[in-house]
Design a protein around this ligand. Sequence first.
Ligand code: ZN
Length: 223
Amino acid sequence: MRVETFKKCVYIVLFLLIALFFTKDIDFFGEKFYKNIKEVTNPESLVVLVNKNNRLKEDYVPLNLEKIDLAFATEEKYLRKEAREKFEQLSQDAKNLNYKIIATSAYRGYEYQEKLHHYYKETKGVEYADLCSARPGHSEHQTGLSVDVTGSNQDYNLFEETPEFVWMQKHAHEYGFILRYPQGKEKITGFKYEPWHYRYVGEEVAKIIYENNWTLEEYLKNR
Ligand SMILES: [Zn+2]
């Protein structure tokens, strides 16, 4: 082999090694999701991690579910005591400013999630179902700490277009809530951007996540 050719080969190999180093943590095709699934061992923790790699038991039901005041929910909805109190406070404060933040989905049991995911799978295929909903046991709604909200246009899908969304971006963390699936973090959370889905983690943690522009996954990795 000529010296020049040998040098070229060395450069190419070096380049490939460097490229590999910088991309090894990037999950280009979402292959890490629904693989190496762990069972959640701290379901009652306020920072419990439930996602496509961490699953709640089929029979897990939070201990202290309480009904959200019907002034702040579309119908009978439940959250864990801490989350319910803070959500009502948030909605009341928003109402005092002439905003309307209403819970449209809160606690969802394993069986409900199973039906929901199955419905999407049957009608639109498994890829769509996984993009738009969690498989049973993998939904944060089973923790009783998550809430989907609507604003003045009463459509959670269009919550981003409401003044309530702007208000939530600034103030949700003051009540212990975080925007759980932010835009641009899909590769970390495993879920598409959901401007309507908020998760209660307590005020202290919510403030840290807000200030660092993190997801719950990033908080747990960096704390
Ligand atoms: Zn949700």
